[in-house]
Design a protein around this ligand. Structure first.
Ligand SMILES: Cc1ncc(COP(=O)(O)O)c(C=O)c1O
Length: 132
């Protein structure tokens, strides 16, 4: 894995600056929409969608915690914001080791990542945790 850049959670101005300044180096921006007791600010989520779209950087929602909890459709439904990729984990399997990654066909995320930005603390174990 390449470098990770971490932006403070719910600080849109800092995240926007980081993403715009480093857009050419970024493989993706990953958002964990629920930091346990802290929900992402709707303006933060919408702003991340806007800046990543403007800068051509894929936006990924890690829905391992938010999926099926804040809404049946997870953060995508709750915020009404559609990322380029979503990752669902443990809650999906109800204890079974299952995970799902979803996205649009032909997504730019099909390229292997060179670098990744994480907006807010986030674990990236959900994708490797999926059955092979
Ligand atoms: C937000 C988030 N993403 C990813 C993971 C990793 O999930 P797994 O252990 O199923 O790979 C966790 C683990 O708790 C998590 O809380």
């Amino acid at each position: 894995m390449g470098d990770l850049l971490v932006a403070p959670y719910n600080d849109l101005a800092t995240a926007e600056r980081l993403i715009a300044d480093r857009a050419r180096e970024l493989a993706a921006v990953i958002l964990d929409p629920v930091q346990r007791a802290i929900l992402a600010d709707p303006a933060f989520v919408r702003g991340l969608r806007a800046v990543t779209a403007r800068c051509g950087v894929p936006l990924v929602f890690d829905e391992v915690v938010s999926g099926f909890r804040i809404a049946l459709g997870g953060a995508v439904e709750h915020y009404g914001v559609v990322p380029d990729l979503v990752a669902f984990g443990k809650a999906l399997g109800g204890g079974a080791p299952v995970a799902v990654v979803g996205g649009r066909a032909g997504s730019t995320c099909s390229k292997p990542p060179a670098r990744t930005t994480v907006c807010g603390p986030s674990a990236i174990g959900s994708v490797p945790g999926s059955p092979r």
